[in-house]
Structure formats: structure tokens, C-alpha cells
Design a protein around this ligand. Structure first.
Ligand SMILES: *Cc1c(COP(=O)(O)O)cnc(C)c1O
Length: 500
């Protein structure tokens, strides 16, 4: 299996090279040259397997060149009893006969980013070894909260990697900050930057494109890399849990093997739901992929009209991981739906960069309509949905999952489609406690976020996940607050590359 750029369409990289590169040189996204197809027999064979075995079966189709031992080791290092609090890794929680929730938040940071970021570091270092690249990979992350912590947990103590995370001093929640400043690991660094997220992010971008810094790293046998969601090494592992959920539906007797199911996915950057599309193209019986958005409804408009237009106000919502106006992974979808027409995709992406808008052609839109459906919910609907789900099913959801639950109902009401459905749950209810507490606690005291965690746990009789419990009792290991100008010197200091 070779990988090609969505803006050129000529397969030229191996899987290992695609993972190491992250992005194609022309700015396009690296995409497999074909989508492997599983037979009905293959699907049957997956049903009795563990999550790890299912992962090996799926990933082997894409990561050709990786030996079986390598794959088993990467998967075993990512998904095990130490890293995931549930031995099923991505368990399916049944609400009723036709509705289940796929819980993707049993990893160390209690959100779905762990599904990819627990394995990416191992895929990256294995790829480097396959390419006889002995350099140390230096991961820089600017985070508004969740990705940084998930990347830290993924890369901590992984040989031949260093990771440095910058977060805006005033831009993350108390829990997110505590999660990061207490981060353990011999190869990690965490720095608060005075300013907002945009300052932090532009600072990191500058460092990545600073040739002097790059030179210093090269002389020391190091190389920058990023852990962002367009890397194929993050997308491929996400395909696995769609198959896993389906197999579990069959196993719990809700469907027969071969029956169609719908997936409803809380969406931001379009990575998660795109993995669902790959699963479908591989032969998983998926009827419809429902794209759930919040007030930043750029994807809902796109899926309905074929016009992608980011020229609109940005809203801060209570589902912040979906507050995105540029959904990078959508480029892979339009590439595939246009029949791998790289020239057309390059044109649309050029328009997006120039005007913030593009419109796909009728043939692509028809395909979008046959596969996807989308709507959005605002904060008020989201809070109400958390309360309703708790009252109806005794099941507690976080805000992102609640958006998907709400859209699930809208979809069923509008289309009358009662196909058995899986709502994809992307964060633990303890991760975004304030809104969940507002929705369900009868009278919440205006306490701190940490007190609210305790209160919510007592009220719901659910344990606080290990990754979030007793955060204030852990030693603070990263106290430094720096200014934006100091980011670059701090990187060199962290890597031991300064003269003094
Ligand atoms: C990242 C994230 C999302 C959005 O996923 P995409 O792959 O970017 O569409 C949704 N919910 C949570 C909790 C997330 O962390």
C-alpha cells in the first residue's frame, strides 16, 4: 500500500514514510492509494476477537511494511490495562435495543484523542526505525487544553522522542491545567505562555519554520514533528473502533451480522467521522454517517449545500473540542468522493485559502448526500439533552456526546430512519464537569471545578476516572510561565542545545 497526496494523486510514499512526513510536500493530505475491502467472512472473523486483535487485523491492511511483531508491539503498548481503564478499550454501552453509545474515553486523559495519540508515538518511532532514521523526534504542541495532555500521555517515556507542550496561561480550565502541570515522564516539558491560544499557536508555527533552529536540531541528531490530526498515523487507528462497535452490536444480539447501522459522530476537525467513512468503504455495513455539529456549523452547511464557507463568526461553546471552522480532514473526503481528482481538490483548497470558501460540484454533493446527514445543536439544547439522557436512561454524557445524542434524535425525527444506531461518545462526563453538573445536579454549590467533580461523582454514583482524580494531590512538576518571545529559546533549552 502506497500513499498519495490529495493535491497530486501519485502514490509515492510507504506507510512508514507517510507517518513520518505527516503532510505531503505540496500541502495535501496523505491518503492510501486504495481502500482495502474486507469480505463478509473477514467481518465474521472479527466478531469474537479482542479490541487489540481487531486493531491488528485492520491496521495490517493499511500499514503494509510493518512486520506482525511491530504491529503487535505498537498495539500492545497503546491499548493495555495500564493505559486504558476498561479492558474492552472502546466498550459499547447499550441504552436500548436500537441505540448504543461507543465510549472512546477510557484512555489516560478521558477523551477520544487517546485512541489515536496512545498509538501514534509507537507508529512514529517504528516508522523511523524502518527508515533507518536514528534521529530523536521532537514533538511541539500548542494546545487549548485536551490535545496537549493526550499527546503528553502518548509520548511520555517513548524512546527517541521528546515532547514540549505550550498552553495559554489564561486559556485552559483548572482541571486541564492541573492535568498538564502534574505530567510525569522523563522526556516531557510543559510551559505556560502569557497570552491566548492564538499567540501560543503562532509561536509554535514560527519555531517550526525557523531554519536556524532546524539547523541546530539537525546538528544534534534531532528533528521536529507534530502530532496533529491530519497524520495518517492518527487516522488509521480510528477506523478500528467502528468495526469493533459493529462486532459488539452483533455480539450483544442487537443486530445480525450484515445488518446496517448508523453512526452519529460529534465532529470538529472531521477526523473521527472520516475514519467511519473508511470503515464503510472497507465493507462495514454502515447505512448513514451523521455529522453532529455545535453552533460552529460550517460542516452542517457543507453537507447540506456543498458550500464550505468559513467566513462566519466563531462561537465559543460548551463543547469546545468542536469549536472549529477549518475541518482539515474534510480534504481527504472530497478527494475520494471526487474520484481522486487531485486537480479539482487543489483548486478548492486554493479557493479556501484565498477566500475562505469553496463549492464542490454536483457529483460530489450527490455522494455526500448518499452517505452523510448533518445538523447542529446549540448550548441550551446540549444541556437539556444531558439532563434528558440522564433522566431517561440513567446515563451521564459529556457535552460533546450530548450534541451527538441531540442530533441523533433530530435525525430520527426528520428522516424516520430507525436503523440501529451507535452514538460515538468522545469524552468522559467528568471531563467537562461544569456543564454536566449544571444539567443534572439539583442544586450545585458554586464550588471549584475539583469540588464539582466530587459532587457529580457522589450524585451519579460514578467513580471519578483515574486520570482526573486527586489532581490537586499530585506534585506540580511544571511551574514555568514564559512570554511568547521566549518560546524559541525555551525549546533550545529544553533540548539542551543552548551554549550556556
Ligand atoms: C477532538 C474532539 C472532537 C472532534 O473530533 P474530530 O476528529 O476533530 O472531528 C469531539 N469531541 C471531543 C471530546 C474531542 O476531543
Amino acid at each position: 500500500m502506497k500513499y498519495e497526496s490529495t493535491r497530486e494523486g501519485r502514490p509515492f510514499l510507504s506507510a512508514a514514510q507517510a507517518i513520518l512526513a505527516g503532510l505531503a510536500p505540496d500541502g495535501g493530505l496523505l491518503t492510501p492509494e486504495s481502500i482495502p475491502r474486507l469480505s463478509e467472512g473477514d467481518l465474521e472473523a472479527l466478531i469474537p476477537l479482542t479490541y487489540q486483535e481487531r486493531a491488528e487485523f485492520i491496521l495490517a491492511r493499511y500499514l503494509t511494511g510493518f512486520s506482525r511483531e511491530d504491529l503487535t508491539r505498537c498495539i500492545g503498548s497503546a491499548y493495555n490495562e495500564t493505559t486504558f481503564s476498561d479492558s474492552r478499550v472502546a466498550p459499547l454501552h447499550r441504552l436500548d435495543r436500537s441505540l448504543s453509545v461507543l465510549e472512546l474515553w477510557h484512555g489516560p486523559t478521558c477523551a477520544f484523542k487517546d485512541m489515536a495519540l496512545q498509538i501514534l508515538p509507537h507508529l512514529l518511532t517504528t516508522s523511523a526505525a524502518m527508515e533507518q532514521d536514528l534521529r530523536t523526534y521532537v514533538i511541539l504542541v500548542a494546545t487549548s487544553g485536551d490535545t496537549g495532555k493526550a499527546a503528553l500521555e502518548g509520548f511520555r517515556d517513548v524512546d527517541r522522542t521528546r515532547i514540549l507542550v505550550f498552553y495559554p496561561d489564561a486559556g485552559v480550565s483548572q482541571v486541564q491545567k492541573l492535568q498538564m502541570v502534574t505530567q510525569e515522564g522523563s522526556n516531557v516539558g510543559v510551559l505556560a505562555v502569557r497570552g491566548n491560544f492564538d499567540d501560543t499557536q503562532s509561536g509554535v508555527k514560527e519555531i517550526f519554520s525557523d531554519q536556524q533552529v532546524e539547523q541546530l536540531l539537525a546538528e544534534a541528531g534531532m528533528r521536529f514533528s507534530s502530532a496533529n490530526s491530519i497524520n495518517w498515523g492518527r487516522l488509521a487507528p480510528q477506523i478500528v473502533y467502528y468495526f469493533s462497535a459493529y462486532c459488539d452490536m452483533v455480539r450483544q444480539g442487537d443486530i445480525a451480522s450484515g445488518d446496517p447501522v448508523n453512526f452519529v459522530v460529534p465532529t470538529g476537525n472531521f477526523g473521527n467521522i472520516l475514519a467511519g467513512y473508511f470503515a464503510r468503504e472497507m465493507g462495514l455495513p454502515v447505512n448513514r454517517l451523521v455529522c453532529a455539529a455545535n453552533a460552529n456549523n460550517v460542516l452542517t452547511d457543507f453537507i447540506r449545500t456543498g458550500v464550505y464557507d468559513r467566513n462566519r463568526p466563531f462561537s465559543r461553546t460548551i463543547s469546545p473540542s468542536m469549536d472549529i471552522l477549518i475541518s482539515s480532514n474534510l480534504e481527504r473526503l472530497i478527494y475520494l468522493l471526487s474520484g481522486r481528482d487531485a486537480a479539482r481538490v487543489a483548486g478548492w483548497m486554493g479557493e479556501l485559502a484565498e477566500t475562505g470558501r469553496y463549492q464542490v460540484t454536483e457529483d460530489v454533493l450527490d455522494k455526500v448526500h448518499s452517505l452523510f446527514w448533518s445538523d447542529f445543536s446549540d448550548d441550551e439544547e446540549t444541556v437539556r439533552r444531558i439532563r434528558d439522557t440522564w433522566n431517561t436512561y440513567g446515563y451521564l454524557t459529556d457535552t460533546h456526546t450530548a450534541v451527538a445524542m441531540d442530533i441523533c434524535e433530530k435525525y430520527r425525527n426528520e428522516t424516520g430512519d430507525n436503523t440501529p444506531t451507535v452514538v460515538v461518545s468522545t469524552a468522559s462526563p467528568f471531563k467537562f464537569t461544569a456543564s454536566v453538573a449544571e444539567a443534572v445536579l439539583p442544586d450545585k454549590d458554586a464550588g471549584s471545578e475539583l469540588e464539582l467533580l466530587e459532587e457529580l461523582s457522589r450524585y451519579s454514583s460514578l467513580p471519578i476516572p483515574a486520570g482526573l482524580s486527586r489532581l490537586d494531590a499530585r506534585p506540580v512538576l511544571h511551574r514555568q510561565v514564559i512570554s511568547r518571545e521566549d518560546m524559541s529559546p525555551e525549546v533550545l533549552k529544553f533540548l539542551g542545545l543552548t551554549e550556556n
